[in-house]
Design a protein around this ligand. Sequence first.
Ligand code: SF4
Length: 313
Amino acid sequence: MIAYGPVPSRRLGRSVGVNNIPPKTCTYACAYCQVGDTLDMQIERREFYRPEDIAHEVGNRLEEVRGVGDTIDFLSFVPDGEPTLDVNLGLEIELLRTSGLPIAVITNSSLLGLPDVRRELATADWVSLKVDSVNEDVWRRLNRPHRKLDLSEILDGMMTFRNMFSGTLVTETMIVAGVNDTVQHAVETAAFLSRLKPDKAYLAVPTRPPALKWVLPPDSDAMVRYHDAFAKQVSVVEFLMGYEGDDFSAAGNPRENLLGITAVHPMRRQAVAELLDRAGASWSVVEELMSDGSLREVEYAGHRYYLRRPRWN
Ligand code: SF4
């Protein structure tokens, strides 16, 4: 299916997805990939579908969705593969402009070394770049790239892209236990991001069954340490832990507020106490959430933190 959704997401609101790549055609075979192992690994850009067909399918989907009174905030290229492998990406973005909706692209960044990819991506409104590691060994182990890809070219390409892109740039860093979950990795990756200056840096943990069985999310202690080290260099950092579709607008409901905030940022005990206090609630809310397993408590650097447990679907 070329057009799907709308899918609710914390980052993009309600977005209609554009699937411009056949399943698992990718430049990477990430160990944590949630859509299975890469079936067709390649780095040559080519046409997969006719751009007119993509525009037509998306147009039909928008009509259906709008016909039942649903709202849409974004059109987003989020295929089960790498969207920049599509040689017509730029043309498709141009054709979809007639929808009047802002356009997002979620890419693994692997082809950012190519000038035409940077030029086409720069016509989108919101772009997410994957940066799991700037360490060659970790990159190879985690992203399992096509053998002709070169990490330093990719990182340089991302910097060039940053300087030519005027839309919203975010990054996504997947943290996997025992591979890139140490403070040292956090410091290295954050140092790169502090130069890239994304509008927001998202940290993700595996929340769905991965392509390779050894992949596990880091434990809560490692997540707090990683977040802390990252936030020292990158100003806006948030966790993505599989709760993107939840509606956390339950203002005034302390339980929901606490779950909403701790899914994004580890909260110190003092901040939790203040939140409960403002809502006129007691510490028993925390105790209940801890006993049903929704919330974790972590001691780190002399402070007690609370963190929502990642969702594993
Ligand atoms: S880049 Fe995305 S689609 Fe490609 S293997 Fe990695 S997680 Fe899967």
